[in-house]
Design a protein around this ligand. Structure first.
Ligand SMILES: [Zn+2]
Length: 241
């Protein structure tokens, strides 16, 4: 399973059928979405454009100040702007529009489509090593959702061969996601998160993922390719009644 990119937004395969959810990941053509890098006015403009494109209304986006940790915030009321420092947002409140920011790190969308409960998770190498995706799944389980009913989508991120790391970082991952070639250690973050999902009980048929590498494709922002000035793409999950 992969997904399709229309209007500059990647939508995972199958997720356009879920009437209670609207999900996607903006490509670089939408510009920087994060209020924490670049020009804040420009990112506000870009988020507003996206909200209008999705007919979101004026309730606004909810996001987190991402810190490469494993904490997930439960969003219990509609809220504009940040909920504070954490790396995932979960909610069952219809009308809520969750957003996470990405440039190489792994975007993971989790949802129980029929009940309209979902989460957006930000998994960089630290978050992946710490199991942030499992925390995202637990947040949904706390809503009474069964893991077998959770659908997951893993968006464009830096892919296996492109993500070079030091030996100490590589040592924090299971052997099956680590490789060593031409004197360099590499970690497959996509595979690492996919393994965490299936080990936690998410069914393979309920997992969609992108094959796109943010580092290789100019369609996406990449921290490794563009440096600290790289914009951030938005992964979003809107809960509808
Ligand atoms: Zn690549």
């Amino acid at each position: 399973m992969t997904g399709n990119t229309a209007d500059g937004i990647w939508v995972p395969d199958g997720w356009d059928q879920h009437s209670r959810l609207r999900v996607g990941l903006t490509t670089a053509s939408w510009g920087n979405m994060s209020p924490y890098v670049g020009d804040p006015q420009e990112s506000l403009h870009n988020r507003t454009q996206l909200a209008e494109h999705l007919s979101l209304g004026d309730q606004g986006w909810t996001w987190a100040e991402q810190v490469h940790g494993t904490e997930i915030a439960e969003v219990t009321v509609q809220k504009k702007g940040t909920v504070g420092r954490c790396d995932g947002l979960a909610s069952g409140v219809s009308g809520t529009a969750l957003m996470g920011f990405f440039a190489d790190c792994v975007p993971v969308l989790l949802a129980e489509p029929r009940s309209g409960i979902g989460a957006v998770v930000h998994a960089g190498w630290r978050g992946t090593a710490g199991g942030v995706v499992q925390q995202g799944l637990l947040a949904l389980v706390r809503h009474g959702v069964r893991v077998q009913n959770i659908h997951a989508a893993v968006g464009p991120c830096i892919q296996g061969n492109c993500y070079e790391v030091g030996k100490d970082t590589a040592a924090r991952f299971p052997k099956e996601v680590v490789s060593f070639a031409h004197g360099t250690w590499r970690v497959n973050l996509l595979k690492a998160n996919m393994l965490q999902l299936t080990k936690a009980g998410v069914l393979e048929r309920n997992i969609a993922h992108s094959h796109a590498c943010t580092h290789c494709s100019a369609e996406y922002f990449s921290h490794r390719r563009q440096g600290a000035r790289a914009g951030r793409m938005a992964a979003f999950l809107i809960l509808r009644s």
